[in-house]
Design a protein around this ligand. Structure first.
Ligand SMILES: [Zn+2]
Length: 141
């Protein structure tokens, strides 16, 4: 029986009733960092604490990945590759997060639009498990 597994340990709280991305906050300068880092990239302090990030943000920039990415090696099914959206979402008052988008429709994406966090199947691994990753989706008004 196939299971669902997280794409990377410690990247987000999942499974959960209220899954969140996991970052760090610097206790010296207040910078918020994603993903978790022990050192602050702004002030070089190592005085950081784990922080669960917000689930809403604004689309900062985006593109459509129209072919299997070369690096890191694409783990999905190259033969049946389907284009997907990628971009940066600026989580409100927190941090910009590089993310996959749930849609790949250039007419439906616009810089500055409100986005929300989702969890989606990324690919099926060699053991037949469904690998879950995070993505952002336009908020349905
Ligand atoms: Zn800092």
């Amino acid at each position: 029986m196939a299971e669902q597994v997280a794409i990377e340990e410690g990247l987000f709280t999942w499974p959960s009733d209220d899954p969140r991305l996991l970052g760090s906050q610097c206790l010296d300068c207040g910078a918020i960092i994603f993903p978790v880092q022990s050192g602050c990239p702004r002030c070089a302090s190592d005085n950081t604490t784990p922080k669960e990030l917000g689930t809403r943000g604004k689309l900062w920039t985006w593109t459509i990945q129209g072919y299997p990415p070369k690096s890191p090696p694409y783990a999905g099914d190259v033969e049946n590759f389907e284009p997907f959206g990628v971009g940066y979402v600026e989580i409100h008052d927190e941090v910009k997060v590089e993310t996959r988008l749930t849609i790949a429709d250039k007419d439906a994406l616009a810089i500055g639009m409100e986005m929300e966090l989702k969890f989606i199947p990324a690919y099926v691994d060699d053991d037949g498990n469904e690998v879950i990753t995070f993505a952002f989706s336009p908020v349905e008004e």
